[in-house]
Design a protein around this ligand. Sequence first.
Ligand code: SAM
Length: 222
Amino acid sequence: MKLLKYTRRIHNSIKTRGLYNTINLITDDYFFKQKFGVDTGGVYELKELKTLGNNADRGVYYQGTNYRYFKKTMQKVIVNFSESTFIDFGCGKGKALIMAGEYGFKKIIGVEFAKELYDICLQNIEKIKPKVDPINFEILHKDATEFEIPNDVNVFFFNNPFDYDLTEEVVKKMDLSLQANPRKIYVIYFSPLHKAVFEKRNYEQVFELKAKNKLEAIVLSK
Ligand SMILES: C[S@@+](CC[C@H](N)C(=O)[O-])C[C@H]1O[C@@H](n2cnc3c(N)ncnc32)[C@H](O)[C@@H]1O
């Protein structure tokens, strides 16, 4: 049964992402598991999961961030990590949170509305805690639009979590938090389908990452 489900996922992935990206995805998850000993792999449709609230139709399926690409985008984030807070909206199984754990952030926050992914994320974070510097992780089972952004978050991470309207709702909250506490912030946005939301609100693009002519991620600042 499990094998059938897995084969179907791979088949769907090849159909939507192509063979190259599917192999890239599987090998990245495999090496990540070898390095950190955590399960962050797979692709999960939101309709297969128990999600909070009414935004499941506006969210995007789970798929972890590519480790190699993450490191490339982080090179453009010029902050003092030990004084910085990182947040991942739609943190899934916590892959990006674990990657961020390698940079020595003061605090790392993950917000996830799918119960199954949130539970796996908690287990993964417990597993890696002994391997990273004492870092303060906070994982919340919440809809991202319900989350009140703390006024010291300065690195915001999105891996294509939701549609245009939800992205705009969250970015409005980011701007309110900036008004309350003006500071320099960075946004890392993977599969940036709704980058227009940021452009409209005067975020400046400082980097774009392309692979095989496909736009994988952008880094913005404000
Ligand atoms: C493409 S995955 C990214 C996972 C993770 N950020 C990573 O890069 O490894 C998108 C995630 O956003 C979550 N998501 C979608 N809509 C959400 C919402 N309204 N609130 C919280 N999480 C949401 C999904 O459940 C999924 O885990």
